[in-house]
Ligand binder design. Structure first.
Ligand code: URA
Length: 263
């Protein structure tokens, strides 16, 4: 294994043991050991994979990557910083910000649900790559009676307001109900395999309907953890991470009419 040298104060800082000056002080006080020997200098180079670093006798377990599953609430933006709005990073505990996770893709400010945060640029890139067709499933409350015709249209692709033709998407209509006055509301799930700006809202606009509420419940093999309240998050489990890594793009949603093409 190649050596991964890093400064002792950086290693301890990344793992939440204090600021650089606090760590310097702790090292001076003899609180930090490397392979059982008291460290004399916070600027020492260590290899986290090989050296056993302890802080006041507690082993420092080093990790360089972080993977968080957030149930994003409305009113928070999918960015790392903003001068006006609260960001998804603002929802994290200080120790979870240290490794500088960022959101993998975006949910609109008023969209809730599953958002992956990581500092693993390679994985993020693969999940977002248009060529990988990673399925994203949303649940939505829609004003209007969503019908079979919409389902067929979405299955073959709809033209958005800018002329873009969407890839085939899978629409499941759960229920259509009177909602008072003249209004009818539909509760649906929609699985799309790309991530154009406001895509779900614009797909429904294309068929004359309006999304009132939107929530993402799945991305590739990752499912929203319903035990997380809005604004709560947790680390991915080992199995979830393995499934994401193994995921080489979802099975594509076949275009309706595909059988005709074969004739
Ligand atoms: N589609 C939308 O319209 N909004 C989102 O936040 C995600 C998908």
């Amino acid at each position: 294994m190649a050596k991964q040298l890093m400064r002792l104060d950086k290693l301890l800082g990344n793992m939440g043991f204090g600021t650089r000056s606090e760590i310097k002080k702790a090292v001076k006080q003899g609180k930090v050991t490397i392979d059982g020997t008291v460290a004399k200098d916070s600027g020492l180079q260590v290899d986290p994979a090989r050296h056993k670093v302890e802080f006041e006798g507690t082993p420092v377990v080093y990790k360089s990557e972080i993977y968080l599953l957030l149930n994003k609430p409305q009113g928070v933006i999918s960015a790392t910083e903003d001068t006006r709005d609260q960001t998804v990073i603002d929802l994290l505990k200080e120790e979870d910000k240290l490794l500088q996770p960022f959101p993998v893709g975006r949910l609109d400010k008023d969209t809730e649900g599953l958002l992956l945060l990581t500092n693993d640029g390679q994985l993020a890139h693969e999940l977002l790559s248009p060529r990988k067709h990673v399925n994203k499933t949303y649940e939505a409350l829609v004003r209007g009676a969503v019908n079979e015709e919409d389902r067929t249209q979405f299955a073959s692709g709809v033209e958005l307001d800018d002329g873009y033709m969407t890839m085939p998407a899978e629409l499941v209509i759960h229920n259509v109900k009177e909602a008072g006055g003249d209004e009818v509301h539909s509760f649906i799930s929609l699985t799309i395999q790309e991530g154009k700006f406001h895509q779900v809202k614009r797909m429904f606009e294309a068929v004359g309907k309006k999304v009132l509420k939107l929530r993402r419940v799945a991305m590739g093999p990752l499912l929203l953890d319903e035990s997380l309240a809005l604004g709560e998050y947790r680390e991915l489990t080992v199995d979830e991470l393995a499934a994401l890594r193994a995921h080489r793009g979802s099975k594509q949603i076949p275009a309706k009419g595909g059988q005709l093409n074969e004739l």
